[in-house]
Design a protein around this ligand. Sequence first.
Ligand SMILES: Cc1cc2nc3c(=O)[nH]c(=O)nc-3n(C[C@H](O)[C@H](O)[C@H](O)COP(=O)(O)O)c2cc1C
Length: 179
Amino acid sequence: MKPTITPNNHEKKLADDDFIVSKTDTSGRITYANRIFMEIAGYPEHELLGVQHNIIRHPEMPRGVFRFMWNTLKAGDEFFGFAKNLCADGGFYWVFANITPDYDKNDKLQGYYSVRRNPPRSALEVLIPVYQEMLAIEKSSSVKDAPDKSLEYLFDVVKQTGAKNYNSLVLSLYKPNGV
Ligand SMILES: Cc1cc2nc3c(=O)[nH]c(=O)nc-3n(C[C@H](O)[C@H](O)[C@H](O)COP(=O)(O)O)c2cc1C
């Protein structure tokens, strides 16, 4: 079962050469976690394996982002995005994530694969207010409509920046080595 954790303001930062890696089955249950993931999130391996990846979901992350993530993965595409994650002790850490569908040798989907790196602070400065507005939109919408409504806003922001699409915006915000 997902633990009840009270979030606090203690931030953990990934080093620029840290990679957090995890794999899931097709329903999002964790099947592999690397050492850095366990260290930063604060869980031993046996508390992660077989558990839904939302174990590290932070309440300040808009549902719309995850709606878009799953839509992208289910369409067979890779997802890029920034996420605030919750640690076992209530702290948090930001990541830039790349998630891809993971196929076996017969081209059958066997799950998903995620690699996360330290995001540049400049990207977070742009994204945090966008996520805050998405959350506010979700709070004032019905539970059913919330993710679509906040996603509409996210896509409006993408348009306003002049970026071609969501991916070009997030990839332009991300710069290697977390400057
Ligand atoms: C490979 C993979 C990696 C994921 N990584 C994260 C992550 O780092 N943080 C997170 O909150 N959700 C992550 N998710 C999404 C979760 O499975 C879940 O959809 C999300 O936390 C929203 O949870 P909720 O539906 O309970 O609100 C990942 C999913 C997959 C398939």
